[in-house]
Design a protein around this ligand. Sequence first.
Ligand SMILES: [Zn+2]
Length: 176
Amino acid sequence: MTIKTIFLDRDGVINKEVNYLYKIDDFKFIDGIFDACLHFQQLGFQIIIVTNQSGIERGYYTEADYQLITEWMLVQFENRGIKILDIFHCPHGSNSTCSCRKPQPGMFLKAESKYNINMQKSWMIGDREIDIVAANRAGITNTILIKTGYLIEESSSNASFTLDSIQHSLKLISIK
Ligand SMILES: [Zn+2]
């Protein structure tokens, strides 16, 4: 048995982009994210978050800070009937040679083997090209770049689709 998954980036997809976010007060959910997750769930997708958190290695916040905001975030999802299967984070800095920091595919590959995920039936939704590249490297070909937070070079992007907001993904991902 394999499962199909919607992989979500965190900053810029779930919550509004804030540099080195770790305070709960600064965590603002993006409009439509809960509806989108409920929709994906109803289609039988599991939801997994994959997030670069270099602020940990850079010393802007600690692993404990990260875990606190993560637990809080999970409660917000649970309160709306959304189950996040797992969250993978890379704590390393940009000079790291780790295999988990996107655009490296490590977090996706870890998820794939932990949950026996069918990557061909899965999707990645991110707001930066590194999200798309990482997913492609892990064998995910269904990718969506959301235009939030970062300027996007649509023409040079590897994404399958570029959308103005996560709401637009509901029509796109609509088949069981
Ligand atoms: Zn890493």
